[in-house]
Design a protein around this ligand. Structure first.
Ligand SMILES: Cc1cc2nc3c(=O)[nH]c(=O)nc-3n(C[C@H](O)[C@H](O)[C@H](O)COP(=O)(O)OP(=O)(O)OC[C@H]3O[C@@H](n4cnc5c(N)ncnc54)[C@H](O)[C@@H]3O)c2cc1C
Length: 488
């Protein structure tokens, strides 16, 4: 086979997925990861017997994971044990005032009906339509590489053109009046990185993922998926090198010759980067970059985040494995992320306590806590600001859930904009890539194949199809397909 040797930058979900597909296609694949451990934004760390997934925590769209492993004649269960969470999550709106989202649509409908009479029937209809979109988008459209606008034109999408020009927020508000139900239904598209009012209606497939399919948790945490993918890739001959910072991409006559990592040159036939797209282009000589700084500046990026990983010396009450705190004005916080980027005056936040359902992730009788405040990318990030927000959310948490937690903290580690930049070379410290807005969908996103350098490819959450773990798996598959096509 021509162009047999492939080098991959990064070991996040998209890079590992691509590595597996390329190895299956017969390439000799070597992964270069700058950090000590693999997994990228999905790394895990342990401290004093507490285990933390550092990034993703919601396992949605189990069929996408299954399809990935099936492509190699395997099942997800060959690599990790998956459990459906019951309840899926809960959402706080005030002191001791929360809604629990259960693990089946029927139960969720009953909850809705109690909040807003007549809403159960509307919810059934909304989710039935969301399911149709899921079948069109996640089973088919997202597996197209974003090369041409024609990819999006199918008999099914032609019938739904209007859904690309309306938005989730409008649709939800048309059917549901109770503000609590509205914010629960707007929550899933936040994973796509933009405001619900900027997210096309077609993306309601996220609501089907949420209520129709449910929320899952791999035993051992999300990192178990990374370990499974590593085992799979290595079983097919992939070499993974950590502590390898790629500093330069060497190009001659519009062709990558190799990379320089930790000062050493490594020749390659094809280069694929799963590192943030913007960063990868900075490794190239200027004339080989496709997108200018002005281009990136104008994109809508998904938020960054202020994160706290906390070991508690007791079990935390009145919370689920996943708990959202939507007791403040969502619109105001969204403005402070997207319109006039500033630290939020009164932030929404999210917390997970994985040891609630998997006690082995914390020492006996103790709890593993992860707190996330979404913020605009590129904000000033200082120790003082982190502490201010730590106090804000801890105090709110104590009042809302009716318990003391601050004095039960054994340790806390924080992670924010500066860490996203230094750990992952993230553009402005974004947490999860380039948002899926109408103008940043499919063929309108940064391309998987470089237009300027013939054997250079990209994958990951700034490219096609977009942010999130399932899209990262798909991105790896799509780019491997393009590489195979070019080399055949
Ligand atoms: C806090 C947080 C919460 C999230 N929650 C969820 C969730 O609940 N569910 C969900 O589905 N998704 C979630 N996401 C999104 C999801 O984690 C990401 O979309 C996905 O992990 C991105 O994978 P990737 O391969 O595109 O990029 P990354 O994971 O960022 O991988 C890129 C890799 O490239 C490496 N790299 C960068 N520069 C270099 C270099 N010069 N040399 C060598 N290596 C380099 C980086 O170290 C990194 O390992 C979350 C993300 C974050 C940050």
């Amino acid at each position: 086979m021509a162009n047999k040797k492939i080098t991959i930058i990064g070991s996040g979900f998209s890079s590992l997925a691509a590595a597996a597909y390329l190895a299956k296609d017969g390439y000799k694949v070597t992964v270069f990861e700058k950090n000590q451990t693999i997994g990228g934004r999905a790394r895990q760390f342990t401290k004093q017997g507490f285990t933390f997934d550092m990034g993703p925590s919601w396992y949605w769209m189990p069929d996408v994971f299954e399809r990935f492993f099936n492509d190699f004649g395997k099942k997800a269960s060959d690599f990790y044990v998956l459990e459906k969470l019951s309840p899926a999550y809960s959402v706080y709106f005030g002191e001791n005032d929360f809604i629990t989202i259960e693990d089946t649509l029927d139960k969720i409908c009953a909850t809705f009906e109690k909040e807003e009479p007549g809403s159960a029937k509307k919810l059934q209809e909304f989710i039935a339509s969301a399911q149709q979109n899921y079948n069109i988008a996640i089973k088919d459209l997202v597996y197209r590489p974003g090369v041409s606008p024609l990819e999006l034109i199918t008999p099914a999408t032609a019938k739904r053109v209007g859904q690309f020009f309306s938005n989730i927020s409008r649709d939800v508000r048309k059917e549901f009046k109770n503000p609590r139900l509205v914010s629960i239904l707007e929550f899933p598209v936040l994973f796509l990185g933009a405001k619900p009012s900027k997210t096309p209606s077609f993306y309601s497939f996220m609501n089907y993922a949420d209520f129709g399919l449910g929320t899952f948790q791999p035993k051992g945490g999300m990192y178990s998926i990374i370990l499974g993918m590593k085992t799979l890739a290595e079983s097919m001959g992939v070499t993974i090198k950590t502590d390898q910072n790629v500093e330069e991409i060497v190009v001659e006559k519009n062709k990558v010759k190799g990379i320089v990592s930790n000062g050493t040159f490594h020749a390659t036939d094809t280069l694929l980067s799963g590192a943030d797209y913007h960063h990868t282009e900075t490794l190239l000589p200027k004339k080989h970059r496709q997108y200018s700084e002005a281009y990136w500046e104008k994109r809508t990026f998904a938020p960054s985040s202020l994160l706290f990983y906390i070991g508690f010396d007791k079990k935390i009450k009145n919370v689920a494995h996943h708990t959202l705190f939507f007791d403040v004005d969502f619109e105001q916080h969204a403005k402070e992320i997207y319109d006039t980027p500033v630290w939020p005056s009164s932030p929404l936040f999210y917390a997970n306590f994985t040891s609630k359902t998997q006690p082995e992730l914390a020492p006996d009788g103790k709890e593993t806590g992860f707190f996330l405040v979404p913020i605009a990318p590129g904000l000033e990030d200082t120790e003082k600001l982190r502490e201010t927000y730590y106090d804000k959310i801890m105090t709110r948490f104590e009042t809302l859930t009716g318990q003391e937690i601050k004095k039960h903290v054994i340790f806390k580690e924080s992670f924010c904009v500066n860490d996203f930049v230094s750990e992952y070379n993230s553009y402005k410290g974004n947490a999860y890539g380039l948002a899926n807005t109408l103008l940043q969908t499919a063929f309108l996103r940064p391309k998987l194949k470089s237009k300027k350098v013939e054997n250079l490819f990209f994958t990951g959450q700034l490219s096609v199809p977009g942010p999130g773990v399932p899209p990262a798996l798909i991105s790896g598959k799509l780019v491997a397909g393009l590489i195979a096509k070019k080399n055949n």
